[in-house]
Write a protein that binds this ligand. Structure first.
Ligand code: ZN
Length: 225
């Protein structure tokens, strides 16, 4: 199955993407990991991507699509994939559909992990990251066993400087304007699966998992509680 994950910042896309990947054996492809990998590969495309990133610029859509196309052609993507962080605009979503059609494949579903804006702000404020492995924790929903220590690698946990209320409000404003319409784009083509994200991580994953299994069985879109 080929999926994209949607949701406000703080909705838990990265965490849920990682879990689906583990359970279903398909790769979880976040924009960040894809950018790091293409730059590390030393390819021509990698140096083009690096020239934008190192100047702090956004990667133009046409280059992002080429990068994605190369990634999705890799062997591990043959039975499906989960995209996280792309598309961020309706233009990108349309571009993605057109590109996949050229490749003879299609995006099956968009999973929208729904949380309110107020909840998104609370979560961003309570997020802690591992300096070593990048694992994300949440002080309430996914706390580390030991304060300030990563369960996975014993690295130090910290709060990113931009994980505060003011920056969160700005990010949410941009998200609602640019990215939220992507939800409607997928709903219009009957591919939107809406998941209640305002629960503990385990319960959200149970919802994701049920949706995934139902879709494999029936191929019908809809809402999962
Ligand atoms: Zn760690």
């Amino acid at each position: 199955m080929r999926l994209v994950l949607l949701g406000l910042p703080g909705a838990g896309k990265g965490t849920q993407g990682g879990r689906i990947s583990e359970k279903q054996g398909i790769p979880h492809i976040s924009t960040g990991s894809m950018i790091r990998a293409v730059i590390a590969s030393g390819s021509k495309l990698g140096s083009v991507v690096d020239s934008y990133i190192s100047r702090g610029h956004l990667i133009p859509d046409d280059i992002a699509i080429v990068m994605l196309k190369e990634r999705l052609r890799m062997d591990d993507c043959s039975t499906g994939w989960i995209l996280d962080g792309f598309p961020r605009t309706v233009a990108q979503a349309k571009h993605l559909d057109a590109t996949l059609m050229q490749e003879g494949i299609k995006l099956d579903y968009a999973f929208d992990i729904r949380i309110s804006e107020e909840e998104a702000i609370r979560r961003i404020e309570q997020r802690r990251m591992c300096r070593e492995c990048g694992e994300a924790y949440h002080l309430l929903y996914y706390p580390p066993t030991q304060q300030k220590v990563c369960d996975k690698c014993s690295g130090e946990l910290y709060q990113r400087p931009d994980d505060n209320r003011q920056t969160a409000l700005q990010r949410l404003g941009v998200h609602m304007k640019q990215t939220h319409p992507v939800v409607h784009y997928y709903a219009q083509s009957g591919r939107l699966i809406s998941i209640n994200g305002e629960r503990e991580i385990e319960l959200v994953f149970a919802g994701v998992d049920i949706a995934f299994s139902l879709l494999l069985d029936t191929g019908c879109a809809g809402e999962v509680r």
